[in-house]
Each structure stands twice: as C-alpha cells, then as structure tokens.
Design a protein around this ligand. Sequence first.
Ligand code: UGA
Length: 444
Amino acid sequence: MEITFIGTGYVGLVSGVMMTHLGHKVTCIDLDNIKINKLKNLKSPIFENNLNYYIKKYASTPNLSFNNVYDESLFNSEIIFVTVGTPENADGQANLDYIFQSVLSAAKYANPYCVFVIKSTVPPGTCSKIKEFLKIQGFNFEIVSNPEFLREGSAIYDFLNPDRIIIGAESEMGFERMRKLYKPLTDNGVAIIETDLSTSELIKYASNSFLATKIAFINEMADLCEMIGADINKLSQGMGLDKRIGSAFLKPGPGFGGSCFPKDIIALQHLTKIIDSNFLILDAVINANTNRPNLMLKKIIKTLNGTVRNKKISILGLTYKAGTDDLRNSPAIELINLLQNEGANVVAYDPQGMKNVTKYFDNKLICAKNPMEATKSANALIVVTEWEEFANLDYKKIKEHMLEPIIIDLRNILDKTILNKLGYKVYCVGHKSKKQQNNHSQQS
Ligand code: UGA
C-alpha cells in the first residue's frame, strides 16, 4: 500500500520506516528541514537501536522517501498517518494544535478515498472532532484511531512484535483498510482489537496510566521494604510470577519519566476533572512520582551523614531510561537540581544523553567525558539510569580515586556483594542498608 506519515518523531519515524519493512511504500513528511535533510542523507535524527540500519536499507529504494512540504504526492496515499506531537498545555490538557494543522494541510492534497489515521496520543473524542473540523472545511474523510505502544530504545522490536493492534473506526471501510495494512503482522498471529474511536483513544491512556501505576506501586513498596528490612528484588519476583500480575514494570527506581507517562497520566487526570469524575488513583500516582526525586535526595543526604554541601556527587545516567538519548522528564534532572540547591558539586556522565543537557538544567551542570572522570575525588557515586555499561565499570580502579567509597544504586543494577568485597558501602532501592540493619540488631 502507499502511505504517508506526518511527523517524524519517535513514533512517526520508526513506524514509517518499519512500514516499508512490511512491504508498503512510505513517504515521511516533516516541516523541520534539518530533520528531513538528515534523513535524506540516510541519517536518523534520533538515537534508536537499529533505526539507522533500516533507514539506510530502505531510503536507498523507491519505497521510502522524505519530504518537508505537503504536496501533490499525497494524492497517491491510501492512508495518511498523523504522528505529530501532542504536548501538554499549562493546565495539563493535551495540546492538539499540531494535529489539526497537519490534518488540514494534508487534506488539501489527499485523495477523497484516503483514510486519515491518528496515531498520536489524543484524548477520547479527538478523532470525532477532527472529522467534524474537516467537514466544516469541506472535506469528508474517514478518520481512524490507531494508537501506538512502542517504547523508546526497543521501538523496532516493539513495532515488529506488538502485543496487540488497536483500531478504532466508524465504518467497515476504515477497518478493512487497516486490516490490509497490518496483514503481514496479523498473519503472524498478532491480535487486532476493533472498536469505536473513543474506546481506541482511551485504551492508550489507560495502558500508559496503568503501567505508570504499577511503577508507582513498586516504588512505594520499595520504600516499605527499606523500612521493615525486606528485599524488593525478591518481592518483585514473587509478585511478578503470578500471571495475573506479570513481572514487567515492577522495577523500582527514581520514578518514571519520558515524554509519555508523565504527560499522558496528567492528560487523563485533566479529562476526568473536566467531566467532573473522580479518578483518585491517578492523583495518587502523580503525587507519588512527583515526590520521588525528593525522596531520593533525602536518601542521599542521609547516606552522606546529613549533608551534601560542598561534596562531589557523581551522577551516572541522565536519560529517563537506558537505550535512549532522551532527557524529557528524566528523574535525573529534578534530582540534580535538588542536589545543586543543597550545595552539592554535581558531575554527571551519560553515554547518550549529554548532547542536550544545557536546556534541561536550572544551574550549570558539569559533564565528564567518561565514568572514570566523573567519579574522580567523588564523595558518592549515584546510578540514576540503568545503562548496562554502569554495571560493568572497573569499580576497583574507581574506588582508588574516590574520596569516599559510597555507591547509591537507584536502579538496583550493581552487584552489591562484589562491591562490598571491594570495600564499598552500597545502598540500593528497597533494601535495608547495613547502617539500618545494625540499628535494628542493637534494638532487638
Ligand atoms: C511508554 C510505553 O511503555 C509505551 O508502550 C508507549 O508507546 C510509550 O510510552 C508512548 O506512549 O509513546 P517509553 O516512554 O518509551 O514507553 O518508556 P518505558 O519503557 O515505558 O519507561 C517509562 C518510564 O518508566 C521510564 O522512566 C522507566 O525508567 C520507568 N520504569 C519502567 C520503571 O521505573 N520501572 C519499570 O519497571 C519500568
């Protein structure tokens, strides 16, 4: 099939490129010249595992092309995907300006037989509003909702191995077009759920909010484990093996971040508020996650005997998770700002995230070229992002140049036993520290 993607962010670019892999002919449109020029030079504007490989493979064929304008070439598309951003307004509401603008720009060139598919995350009711909006402008297009569930860092794997495909539509023609598009995946057994527009739109918010809830729950469980001397890793394992619960998204840490969970859960909260409905769990999850960096700060201060003032704190990891260069809503940002406000001298290192550092920090952040440089003369080393390379550093060498052998592992990725043997004091998330254990045995 011939299809167009409007917007080359994570979702649009990965889906566009990979639709070529499924055998379709794809054009990706983005008004950002810099991005399109990079893509025309066969370079991905974002860091995503294997994406460059597929761009190189398909952009050198007639099946994948990039364009920075809306033009007559849109007329051949059977499907136009809308994958532009839906940033959050000051009041938490999803901003749909880019969606309406892009749909209208494309409608002017589109074939009346074409279907518009909204893949961006939009509040329930948006697809119907788009249909109405286009009608007022004199266009009568079929609008379909097809939310995306791919994760940054494993986006290509997720595209090729989705747990399900969600389609919301109002007519058999809309469903039929989408069945044809996804046939290569459904032929391999991928489930397809067909529903109305609003349900499809809401499934996306419900899924992201539920996953965020799971993380907030396990984070608070980790706090409880610390207080009563239980082991969060075993607890997660013990819970996760129950098939009704599942083991995914039960890893404790410094809080969830990224461009999706924080934004989507707030948008859903906003939606419930404007219809005068109560969704108390959402409020609790948002509060718990917002407070998380503060709790992490307290943990660090306590470990460093009551103050971080004038101490050198080495932060390993800036991105909101491993496998991406994305710093949006990363818990590391808030934590570093809090540490700096407490008078700490922070030096940070991240394998991918240091290019965009300046726009995210209130104060100047010193970045080191590598973990060795970051940890030199440090009073404490703090792992904030679960990059695999942090688990494999030469900790023997690092200890020789640290001022104090203190490690705080906010992702539980390090081998505590080995580090203890090397002479480190190691503090993880959801484990009673040695200090606490001693206090406890003195009391009993
Ligand atoms: C998330 C969803 O997982 C995707 O299905 C969805 O398509 C995407 O949002 C979106 O709406 O576009 P993503 O933001 O890439 O994907 O990242 P996740 O892997 O879901 O992680 C989100 C945050 O939760 C990260 O900060 C991560 O560190 C944290 N997390 C995740 C935990 O703290 N513990 C866990 O066990 C899992």
